[in-house]
Design a binder for this molecule. Structure first.
Ligand code: SAM
Length: 209
């Protein structure tokens, strides 16, 4: 990590970081009462986080990633664009969802190009599995949307299987697996596209009560 990004972690993280601790997050206190909140897990360099937060300043965005150089890049982008509707966790997004997000409290969960773990013995490390689908279904508010994208076709098949099997979610998007125009092309995705990978976008909704 270069000097600029190291300095960004030192000087900007406090401004954008989630409050420490294990307690459930007070989302209205963080973003404002009535503001819809989405969680993006594994934002990488924050391409989608920045673009979507800028396009939709009325939505609060929680971003989680374990990779500090990417976090630093996101922090620099947030500062340069003057965005105040994003809060960042340097850590495990699945754990955040399980421990600090109340049931039925999120408008959306975004998982764009999670690590594919192509080797069979590593499949258990994949983020989007049956347990994750059940957890997301519980944390989404009625009508809330889970949006996953991958350029690894076997992982896309796994995602479709677990989302279709989760009783708390309904696959949405009218069968389309194309990138919706409101999701920007991410940095990781751009590299896959250059290599000729096919991208699958999946939308799954928690039915409205
Ligand atoms: C393949 S990259 C994709 C990054 C970005 N979404 C994109 O499309 O450019 C996957 C990202 O997920 C992050 N990651 C992996 N497991 C995670 C977890 N449990 N919680 C948060 N981030 C995670 C990695 O650090 C990495 O930045």
């Amino acid at each position: 990590m270069g000097v600029t990004r190291r300095e960004a972690l030192d000087t900007l993280l406090d401004r954008f970081a989630l409050p420490d601790g294990d307690d459930p997050l007070d989302l209205p206190a963080l973003f404002g009462t009535g503001v819809p909140v989405v969680l993006e897990i594994g934002f990488g360099a924050g391409t989608s986080t920045l673009a979507m937060a800028e396009t939709d300043p009325g939505t609060g965005v929680l971003g989680a990633d374990v990779h500090t150089p990417g976090v630093a890049t996101l922090l620099l982008g947030l500062d340069q664009r003057g965005l105040s509707n994003v809060r960042v966790l340097v850590g495990d997004g699945r754990q955040l969802l399980a421990q600090r997000i109340a049931p039925a409290s999120l408008a959306g969960v975004r998982v764009y190009f999670p690590d594919p773990w192509p080797k069979g013995r590593h499949h258990k490390r994949r983020l989007v599995d049956a347990g994750f689908a059940a957890l997301v279904a519980d944390r989404l508010a009625p009508g809330g949307l889970l949006h996953c994208a991958t350029d690894w076709e076997p992982y896309a098949e796994q995602m479709i299987a677990v989302l279709a099997a989760e009783p708390g979610l309904v696959l949405a998007g009218e069968g389309s697996r194309e990138r919706p125009d409101w999701r920007p092309v991410t940095r990781y995705e751009a590299r896959g596209l250059e290599r000729g990978h096919r991208v699958t976008d999946l939308l799954a909704r928690r039915p409205a009560a």
